[in-house]
Write a protein that binds this ligand. Structure first.
Ligand code: HEM
Length: 100
């Protein structure tokens, strides 16, 4: 499945009949089983329906960091993102990718 960032927004958990998706480095993970984290009111709901790469790398919950840009990140931050990506791969299923 290929989704634009705009289409990805549909899967932010606000409609309980739809799955919840979070993208990491353009790969879309189905995080519906992590609803307590990513569903409405969850601590990481701000990542839902978005590419969270930059926020994960920076360990940030600032809205402006919830994007795919890795511009200017340090090697250490890229390493943090690598670790998150492994965690997501172990826990969730990749259902597609983000296209422009
Ligand atoms: C005081 C600050 C924080 C506390 C106490 C906290 C606590 C936790 C806890 C208890 C978990 C569950 C771990 C597990 O059992 O798998 C978790 C997971 C997670 N945290 Fe945090 N966290 C904090 C800050 C942050 C920040 C700033 C971010 C931003 C990137 C973040 C992103 C995540 C993500 C993405 C998960 C994985 C959820 C999943 O399994 O899908 N956390 N956090």
């Amino acid at each position: 499945m290929e989704l634009t960032l705009n289409q990805l927004k549909e899967f932010d958990g606000s409609d309980p009949s739809k799955p919840i998706y979070v993208s990491v480095r353009g790969r879309i993970f189905d995080v519906t089983t992590g609803k307590s984290f990513y569903g409405p009111g969850g601590p990481y709901a701000l990542f839902s329906g978005k590419d969270a790469s930059r926020a994960l790398a920076k360990m940030s919950k600032n809205e402006e960091d919830v994007c795919a840009s890795l511009d200017g990140l340090s090697a250490k931050e890229i390493g943090v993102l690598d670790d998150w990506e492994k965690k997501f791969e172990a826990k969730y299923t990749v259902v597609g990718k983000v296209v422009s």
